[in-house]
Write a protein that binds this ligand. Structure first.
Ligand code: SF4
Length: 472
């Protein structure tokens, strides 16, 4: 009887529609946000605390990209699994303590596939243990063997039910096997397809599901290819296309063009041209719109549709979602538990049922019943643009912010506003601080990587170490 009582109590706790600790973490996040981003569509503080990323856990990469956001010394740091796992543990523990029980976190640094698969798997397990939904960032030049060794345990059984990867493909990157110096984005099409096919095979052969993002750095040179990349990639298996207009940050020797010749508006217009319709990035907002634009939606056949439009009825549906489900944890949770949480949330606010039905009917009408019947399959695909800032702006802005001073220079002031609304944080457990990724790359990476190069040196001669900036 006692055992049954305790089981029921655990069941009641597990199926609560909202997680009190998550709600508290979001409330803190909301309070910290500057007023200018406290808009109805803001996701931070309503359904998420923001994105997180690792740093200094495996800085090295075997590609040479132009630009590269990592400092020159990053490539003088040996990849060392023990270091990676220890640092990931420390950073995740700190994020868990400061940002609450759930967030998306990027396993990022240099090239993740330079890690031994066992170390990579250990890092992912640690991230999950701290409630993080990890995504591994790679240049995509990996083999099926690597993927299976990562995904399966020694007995050949999946150790993860699902993997999330972001594959980076564009003409600013050099060193890919088979196409060391791509001349056009179209040349990379087979490589984009091959990468996605690895995961489709993994799912078919071993039942490991996946979420794939496609990353592309956009410069004046490849801006005109963005639309084609979107068109070609739409049915490859990627669930997200993320574009990063290049910024002057990281290794200065890798700055090759005037990146400020390309504006965020131009990049977004190219994405829209590829999708074939306007993308409203104000329905859901992540932090500051000058940093992030997002359009969530899905393809039915060759046409893309937004999950929510900016009509009053759809915006009311969004607001109802935030109210009833904003504090609900979906990730790392068995589907049956999610279903029970949803059922309890609906019991609390039954009004969401007619609202959800009305939204379903509106969306189906927008797609068109005939179009739906013809194509049937719905493929969720979102479009994202993340615009890092230039180190020359971030460094003075951050220096003033650490002293509590607001700049009177309009450019630096705008930078401070964006840093204060940052959606993408990195952890420094040693100083008990969280910093925006812009600050990490613009201000902290050079010293951090120089120290790591001393701690984990490569076997380089003095000339190459001088080139990497680790000896005077
Ligand atoms: S990392 Fe920089 S560009 Fe990205 S959200 Fe944070 S402040 Fe904005």
């Amino acid at each position: 009887m006692k055992a049954l009582g305790s089981w029921l109590r655990r069941l009641e706790r597990a199926t609560r529609p909202v997680d009190p600790e998550f709600v508290e973490a979001m409330a803190r996040r909301w309070d910290e946000l500057p007023e200018h981003v406290k808009v109805p569509g803001q996701v931070l503080g309503r359904h998420a605390v923001g994105c997180e990323g690792t740093h200094g856990v495996f800085p090295r990469c075997n590609f040479t990209c132009t630009p590269c956001y990592h400092s020159a010394a990053a490539n003088a740091v040996r990849v060392d699994g023990v270091h990676t796992v220890t640092q990931v543990e420390a950073q995740m523990a700190f994020l868990r303590s400061r940002r609450g029980p759930a967030a998306h976190a990027q396993l990022i640094g240099g090239e993740v596939s330079l890690l031994e698969p066992e170390d990579h798997a250990a890092a992912l397990s640690i991230m999950r243990r701290y409630g993080r939904e990890p995504m591994s960032f790679t240049h995509g030049d990996i083999d099926y063997d690597y993927l299976t060794t990562l995904a399966l345990d020694a007995s050949g059984r999946p150790r993860f039910r699902r993997l999330s990867f972001a594959g980076h493909f564009d003409t600013t990157m050099f060193g890919r096997r088979g196409i060391r110096r791509p001349e056009s984005e179209a040349d990379l099409e087979p490589y984009r397809r091959r990468f996605a096919a690895l995961f489709a095979r993994l799912r078919a052969e071993h039942g490991v599901s996946y979420f794939l993002a496609h990353n592309m750095t956009v410069t004046p040179s490849n801006l005109g290819s963005v639309a084609e990349v979107v068109r070609q990639g739409a049915d490859m298996g990627y669930s997200m296309f993320s574009f990063q207009p290049a910024a002057f940050v990281g290794n200065q020797k890798r700055w090759k063009e005037d990146y400020r010749d390309t504006s965020g508006d131009q990049v977004w217009a190219e994405i829209e041209a590829g999708v074939g319709c306007e993308l409203d990035y104000t329905v859901f907002q992540h932090g500051d719109l000058r940093c992030n634009r997002v359009a969530y939606g899905f393809y039915v056949g060759p046409k893309w549709f937004p999950v929510l439009s900016s009509t009053p009825a759809d915006l009311a549906t969004r607001d109802a979602f935030y109210r009833s489900f904003g504090g609900m944890l979906f990730n790392n949770t068995p589907p049956a538990v999610v279903a029970a949480r949803i059922a309890r949330a609906v019991a609390r606010r039954p009004v969401v049922v007619p609202m959800a039905l009305a939204w379903l009917i509106r969306t189906a009408r927008r797609v068109g019943w005939a179009h739906l019947a013809r194509h049937r399959r719905i493929r969720p695909v979102s479009f994202v643009m993340h615009s890092f800032m230039d180190a020359a702006d971030v460094a003075p802005a951050w220096e003033l912010m650490t002293r509590g001073i607001q700049s009177d220079d309009p450019q630096i002031q705008a930078t401070q506003e964006r840093l204060a609304s940052c959606h993408y944080a990195m952890a420094h457990p040693e100083s008990a601080t969280l910093v925006p990724a812009c600050v990490q790359h613009s201000v902290l990476d050079p010293d951090e990587n120089r120290q790591l190069a001393e701690l984990l040196p490569l076997k380089l001669g003095p000339t190459r170490r001088r080139a990497a900036g680790t000896v005077g």
